[in-house]
Design a protein around this ligand. Sequence first.
Ligand code: SAH
Length: 508
Amino acid sequence: MSGKVYLVGAGPGDPGLLTLKGARVLASCDALVYDWLANPELLDLAPESAVRVYVGKKGGDHTMSQERISQLLCDLAADGKTVVRLKGGDPFVFGRGGEEASALAAQGHAFEVVPGVTSAIAAPAYAGIPVTDRRATTEVAFVTGHEDPNKPESTIKWQALAQIGTVVCLMGVKNLPIICAKLIEAGRDPATPAACVRWGSTPQQQTVTGTLADLPQKVAEVGLKPPAITIVGQVAALREELAWFEKLPLFGKRILVTRARSQASRLSEGLQSLGAKIIEVPTISFLPPEDPEPLETAISMLDDFHWVIFTSPNGVEAFFSVLGEAKKDARSLAGCKLAAIGPATAAALEGHGITAEVTARTFQAEGLIESLEAHGITGQRVLIPRAAQAREVLPETIASWGNLVQVVPAYRTVRPPESTMLLAKALSEGLDAITFTASSTVTNLMEMLDQTGRDLLAQQSKEGGLVVAAIGPITADTARGYGLEVKVQPAKFTIEALTEALSAYFAS
Ligand code: SAH
């Protein structure tokens, strides 16, 4: 059975501009073949099991030749796969989608075309330029700037184009000086308004405006690189009044959203709709320990322990959940003294109505060791319910004071393997803000960093331009516990209020 290939337009960059049909076929494909201009966020819409093939094509750097791409699509179809060929903008607008469809047709494979929002219209629109407008023009022409206009075999009809109200040129950054000169030579007024829009519809959007005569020089001055759309025509002047996207309160701001369950997408969407570039970092997920018995046994004999030491809020939660399952509650700890690493762990205990005897100021074992040492603990039985994988320094040191220490795994953490990399990349590329929607998101994020990374973030939140936004006072306290300065904290503890507060902060 032969499969089917969907040639899908990914839209210009804003992932919201993918069509519903595009999203539907993406969600059920077996293979995804994509290139440089397709927004990477859209790849997540495909099933995890789908094969993903990057075929490149950035300027002259062709990862795979057009013939090989077409053949790959045919081979996948012959293999019975449902394939999405995801292309930037619209597949049939300077996208070589026609050639790929021809190859499929020639080899007898089924295909469908799912048109997309072309950058030729969307990039101008996001720059506040309607490609047609009754007040300015009744025609629009789309032209490729890729061809060297001086080549004798060039088929571009400059004489005709010079007569068209709006000329939209794709792939024309490198040849911009020649393109503008050709239009002027063919009779277009050098004073005609013109604009170049790079990465239109994305938070990186950049617009340069001028006239047909001076646009090339202005573009060269700012060093504008592809991908960009050039618009020539009276409509370009409308931008002055109509530019809307670049005026959004969070336009271009790079905001890290620590993903905590379903909340994150609502927060991300809200921030994104205000123009922000969202970097989502999924943090840790917690699972019960592989062997639940040691914790259950320890909980059944809590009277035997003099001290219980909690080393993370998750340890506290895991402990109380097992305690609850055993139909017990905080009273079972009446005979024990409690210690907590850091304020977040202490706060978690307080959430269960318990105040720890000892709380370390810092989040590290060393801080707790210092605080415990002051208590002169010796000859005691000490229980440490904590993560399955953890440092040994705490139990070893406490044991070395002549105590009997029992470490039991209370939970195990799994960190999505890509998170640390995502975080490192985000930090190295620079961030304008970080949002925290729960204490755990602070803890999880900070625990992904080493001490140097943590210090760097703390410093950037104080002196650098990094804005830390926390949803409420407890989350803010946890952030402060890590040395972060919290600049944004809404009066109401909701995602909407957090979004609004962040937007208000940047607007002021
Ligand atoms: N099929 C695509 C065009 C592919 S040709 C479409 O319909 O949009 C590649 C060219 O598209 C780039 O050189 C650039 O001129 C333009 N382009 C694609 N995405 C763009 C974007 N977000 N902003 C500006 N130009 C873009």
